[in-house]
Design a protein around this ligand. Sequence first.
Ligand SMILES: *Cc1c(COP(=O)(O)O)cnc(C)c1O
Length: 374
Amino acid sequence: MDFIRPAWVEIDLGKLKYNFLQLRKLVGDRKIIGVVKADAYGHGAERVSLLLEKLGVYALATASLEEALVLRKHGVSVPILVLGYVYPEALPIAAKNNVCVTLFDKDFVKRLKEYKGEQTLNVHINVDTGMGRIGIMPKEAVETSKIIMQLPKVRLHGLYTHFSTADSDLSFAKHQLTNFQNLLEQLREIGIRPPVIHSANSAAIINFKESYFDAVRPGIILYGLSPFDYPIDTFKPVMSFKARIVYVKKVKPGRSISYGRTFISEKEMTLATIPVGYADGLPRALSNIGEVLVKGRRAKIVGRVTMDQTVIDVTDFPYIHPGNEVVIIGKQGNEEINAMDIAKKIGTINYEIVSRIGKRVKRIFKEEEDGEEV
Ligand SMILES: *Cc1c(COP(=O)(O)O)cnc(C)c1O
């Protein structure tokens, strides 16, 4: 008996393996940099990373040095690239742990010049070809590359860019690619060719093969979710989000349910409560409009989703009692609710739905060997 709250996330590592093999078919022998930031998009970065490493991933990418060091603590040994900011004081720690850092601000070169760590620090330059978030402008990247090439303890290991519209506007992505290729050509002319050049995120991996270069940086497709605003079936969702009913009651007409009394029963109803709320990542915006699966059927969320609990309508469902399983994301019988269905209902994307599932929801891993799909 597990003394846990009856709300959990199941991670099917067999599906992760399947997705990795599908990805491998798409990109051939290109290096794969698996993006495992934000706890592997809510899937549990340690287990995900260890499996990706076993499957032959070339490197992993995290958002922060902290995320990278947690992986090292759990025995992940492939190179890790930090995509975001690292304090200059922490650069020796990065180098010591075989963590590559991203240079995205030309002024940060000063900090690299001051670098006094024992190990060589590997740096990837992020070039802003049109993403407009972080990155060195292409015209400054040549000068910056030259400076790094001269630093004894710093190695220019990679150069990359990031697309802002690979999922929605390929013509702009092509414009970005051209900017990037022009820069690579300028560097080539002065004899600089960093070993690992990369640009493709999930959307570009699927529909923009020209952007592959030496390595690709998949995130969402590893987890079996679509990077587009429509579903795809090349990959299989890795995550299910489940709970058990903890309370069932019959209510008479005219009863109000949950905060703000936004739902009033119009007839006699059977309602059930699940121990999951917005602090667990069930968005409050689903109040009165969300659905979950019970006994293979869709049940509506009634009233406001609260921090820790949510009420659902199971009127006319076959006998419902505490302990019945509820699926928030995943399949039950012939029905399925995926992260995109939820996202569309509340005007966001599947990325946000899965990455915001709360820390207190226990992740349960189904071993990849048990996965029938592979
Ligand atoms: C998050 C991220 C990715 C992965 O994006 P997906 O759309 O999930 O594939 C790749 N590169 C960078 C720089 C990122 O920030």
